[in-house]
Design a protein around this ligand. Structure first.
Ligand code: PMP
Ligand code: GLN
Length: 376
């Protein structure tokens, strides 16, 4: 059979989590928390499951949840959005990104992606008939704006930015943000897909969000995920915020892709969101990041800056010459710890001997993992 996605296999997240299970290793690979969620969410879920919220939700989202999201966006970003025209609740950020690209990318359009890139972007562009154009970040995961400016052209329909950035944990500086705004000004037909799923998991640095700039607000699809914000990755509920003229097109895809999102989950999130202070999440994960680093003080891994997300990247040059995929396979089998190799996030498979650990784990898990990793 002629395949539509010849280069796509099983994702590295599935592969590494399966290996972690197979070898009974500690799983610091796929990004998900292993600690209990807020009991209030569990209570609200139990309550809502007994109420009459089991039928299709409205296509764009339950009105109470849309209202709750709009209020949260106002609290955090001081931005006013119209809940009925500028928000779309999606089945996770992944479906939101897919619907965005299906709606906006025409056959032959180019979509600029910065590598290392989260794995769902490129296949979605291909399936829309577009052409992903990959620009590698510098070795320290900063963006080469000169190269980006040379790459964006008349055919570029969408630029995808991910800030805070998975897998590196880097965040954009003010200079990056200014450069981004300038690119958008120079290319009036370009639309920004701003993947900000880790928007609340930020540490010392200020997060520059597309919400914060008028030019970006009017030309961006901003992607968020409740999975990251409320430690519920398995619920697969996220949302898009975009101006009405863009979101209208995305809704056309959404209504035939899923129509609407899990109603009980939406009602529960609506009940939960108003009383929840998302701005404390950064400190929570900053403590975990610091704890993990402290526990790893005696290890030979070189820690790279983790400025946001729940990921810590490390180099292992002084430990091994193996390519990063082979190194991760060795580590899960022989040392009992699973991590993610970074080369798989590059079109050109750049291998900087760098791997990613997820520190969204209990202290106990981090202690056990660090004990093993310090022996390498
Ligand atoms: N974008 C990035 C950068 C991510 O890390 C993830 C989740 N790992 C997603 C999108 C998808 O989020 P969701 O699980 O809500 O689909
Ligand atoms: N986003 C998660 C990560 O980066 C994985 C999500 C998935 O498994 N698709 O680890």
């Amino acid at each position: 059979m002629q395949t539509k996605l010849p280069k796509v296999g099983t994702t590295i997240f599935t592969t590494m989590s399966q290996m972690a299970n197979q070898y009974q290793a500690i799983n610091l690979s796929q990004g998900f928390p292993n600690f209990p969620i807020d009991p209030l969410i569990e209570d609200l879920l139990a309550k809502n499951s007994k109420e009459n919220v089991h039928q299709y939700a409205p296509m764009a989202g339950l009105p109470v949840l849309l209202e709750g999201i709009a209020q949260m966006v106002h609290r955090v970003y001081q931005r006013d959005i119209n809940p009925s025209t500028e928000i779309l609740v999606t089945s996770g950020a992944t479906q939101g990104i897919f619907a965005t690209l299906q709606a906006l990318v025409h056959r032959g359009d180019e979509v600029v992606i910065l590598d290392p890139a989260y794995d769902c972007y490129s296949p979605a562009v291909h399936l829309a008939g577009g052409k992903p154009v990959h620009i590698p970040m510098r070795e320290d995961f900063t963006i080469d704006w000169r190269e980006l400016r040379q790459t964006v052209n008349q055919k570029t329909r969408v630029l995808i930015i991910n800030n805070p950035h998975n897998p590196s944990g880097k965040m954009m500086d003010k200079e990056d943000f200014d450069a981004l705004v300038q690119v958008m000004i120079d290319h009036p037909n370009l639309i920004l897909c701003s993947d900000e799923v880790y928007e609340f998991i930020t540490f010392e640095k200020k997060h520059f969000s597309a919400h914060n700039h008028e030019i970006l607000r009017n030309r961006s699809v901003i992607v968020s995920s409740f999975g990251k914000t409320f430690h519920i990755t398995g619920w697969k509920v996220g949302y898009l915020i975009a101006p009405e003229y863009i979101l209208k097109e995305i809704k056309k895809v959404h209504q035939y892709l899923v129509f609407s999102v899990n109603s009980v989950a939406q009602k529960t999130l609506a009940d939960y969101i108003s009383g929840t202070d998302v701005t404390t999440l950064g400190k929570f994960y900053q403590d975990k990041r610091d704890r993990f680093k402290e526990l790893m003080a005696k290890s030979k891994f070189e820690f790279l800056p983790s400025e946001g997300t729940y990921f810590q990247t490390v180099r292992y040059n002084t430990i091994s010459n193996l390519p990063d995929v082979a190194f991760c396979e060795w580590m899960v089998k022989e040392m009992g710890v699973a991590a993610i190799p970074l080369s798989v996030f590059y079109e050109e498979r750049n291998d900087y001997h760098t791997i990613r650990f997820c520190f969204a784990k209990t202290d106990e898990t981090l202690i056990q993992a660090a004990e093993r990793l310090c022996k390498i």
